[in-house]
Design a protein around this ligand. Structure first.
Ligand code: CP
Ligand code: NVA
Length: 315
C-alpha cells in the first residue's frame, strides 16, 4: 500500500512557519554531517525519497539551482528530469497550464520551477497535485536564502539572530527573500542602496506590520558598519528590463571593495549567490572573507531538507 503523506509547497519564506524553517535547517545540519564519508551520488541512509521523481523546469538560465536539486534528490534516493519550457507545448502556447500541471502531477512527485512570472508559480500551485518549489521568481529566491542562513550559522557558530547582516545592492528577488528571512529569524538587516532602488511598498508594508529591524542607508559604508555578514548580488538581474548602463552607473558607489570591508567587523564574511558581475572587487571575492564556494555547495544540503519538507517527511 502507498503511504499518504502531507505535502508542502515551498514558494515564499514569509508563508512558511518559523518552526518548519527551523526543522529544515536542523535536518540539513544532521544530513550534512552524516555525508562526510559518502561520495557525490551515494544515497543517504534509509533512502528517504526512494522512487520519487522531481521534475525541474527552467524558463531562465541556471547553473547552481539545477545541479544542486539534481544532487539533492539523487542523494535522497529519488531522481530528476529537467525540462526547458520552450520544449513543451506550454512554452509554445499549444497547451494550457492547467493540462500541463495535470500531466506533471500524474508523472512526477514534485515540481521545481524557475520562472519570470510570480503569477505562473501561483497558477501551477493551484493546479498541481504535487508540491511546487520556487527555484527563483521575479519576487523571491527562497531556496537560496534559506541555504544562506544555514551557511551563516555554520560559519559563525551562532544563531543568525545574534548577528548583524548587511545587504549592499539592488532590491531584487534575493533581497526580498532575505527581508522575509529577517522577520522569520529575527535578525538585524542593514540595506545599502540608492534611494530610488529601495524595495517595493508592498514589501516594506509587510515588514512594518511584522515590526522588524530593517534599516536603509544611502551610503554603503554606513550599511556595512559593524556587519558580521555582507551580501551582494548582480546589479542587473536575469531578464531585468532596464537601461543597463544607466542602472550600473547608479550603483557605482555600492561596490564591495576592500575599503568598504574595513567598516565591517574584522571577521565579517562576504556572501554572493552567484553568478557575479562587477559589484564586487576581485580582491574581496578571493579574500579570506569570501565564503561563496561553501555557500554554493550548501545549497545541496539545504535543498535536500526542503525536499523532505515538501514530501511531508520532516517530523
Ligand atoms: N544562485 C543561483 O541561483 O545560481 P543559478 O542561477 O546558477 O542557479
Ligand atoms: N538576482 C539574481 C539572482 C540570480 C541567482 C537574478 O534574478 O538574476
Amino acid at each position: 500500500m502507498f503511504e499518504i503523506l502531507p505535502m508542502n509547497h515551498f514558494i515564499n519564506l514569509k508563508d512558511i512557519s518559523k518552526n518548519d524553517l527551523n526543522k529544515i535547517l536542523l535536518d540539513a545540519k544532521k544530513r550534512k554531517k552524516l555525508r562526510k564519508k559518502l561520495s557525490t551520488l551515494e544515497v543517504d541512509k534509509g533512502t528517504p525519497l526512494k522512487g520519487k521523481l522531481l521534475i525541474q523546469m527552467f524558463e531562465k538560465s541556471s547553473l547552481r539551482t539545477r545541479l544542486s536539486f539534481y544532487l539533492a534528490i539523487k542523494q535522497l534516493g529519488g531522481g530528476t528530469l529537467t525540462l526547458r519550457s520552450n520544449e513543451l507545448h506550454l512554452g509554445e502556447g499549444g497547451e494550457s497550464l492547467e493540462d500541463t500541471a495535470k500531466i506533471l502531477s500524474t508523472y512526477g512527485d514534485g515540481f521545481m520551477l524557475r520562472t519570470d512570472s510570480d503569477q505562473k508559480v501561483e497558477n501551477f500551485k493551484k493546479n498541481l497535485k504535487i508540491p511546487i518549489i520556487n527555484g527563483l521568481s521575479p519576487s523571491s529566491h527562497p531556496t537560496q536564502i534559506l541555504s544562506d542562513i544555514f551557511t551563516i550559522e555554520e560559519i559563525k557558530k551562532t544563531q543568525i539572530s545574534n548577528l548583524k547582516i548587511c545587504w549592499i545592492g539592488d532590491s531584487n528577488n534575493v533581497l526580498n527573500s532575505l527581508i522575509a528571512a529577517s522577520v522569520k529569524f529575527d535578525f538585524e538587516l542593514n540595506i545599502g542602496c540608492p534611494k530610488n532602488y529601495r524595495p517595493k511598498k508592498k514589501i516594506l508594508d509587510w515588514v512594518k506590520k511584522n515590526k522588524n529591524k530593517i534599516y536603509f542607508f544611502n551610503e554603503a559604508k554606513k550599511a556595512a558598519r559593524n556587519a558580521d555578514v555582507i551580501f551582494s548580488d548582480k546589479v542587473i538581474s536575469l531578464n531585468d528590463k532596464v537601461n543597463k548602463k544607466k542602472k550600473l552607473s547608479h550603483f557605482k558607489n555600492f561596490k564591495i571593495t576592500q575599503k568598504l570591508m574595513k567598516y565591517a567587523k574584522k571577521d565579517c564574511i562576504f556572501l554572493h549567490c552567484l553568478p557575479r558581475g562587477s559589484e564586487v572587487e576581485e580582491k574581496v571575492f578571493f579574500s579570506r572573507h569570501s565564503k561563496v564556494w561553501q555557500q554554493a555547495l550548501n545549497r545541496v544540503h539545504v535543498q535536500k531538507s526542503i525536499l523532505m519538507y515538501c514530501f511531508g517527511k520532516l517530523r
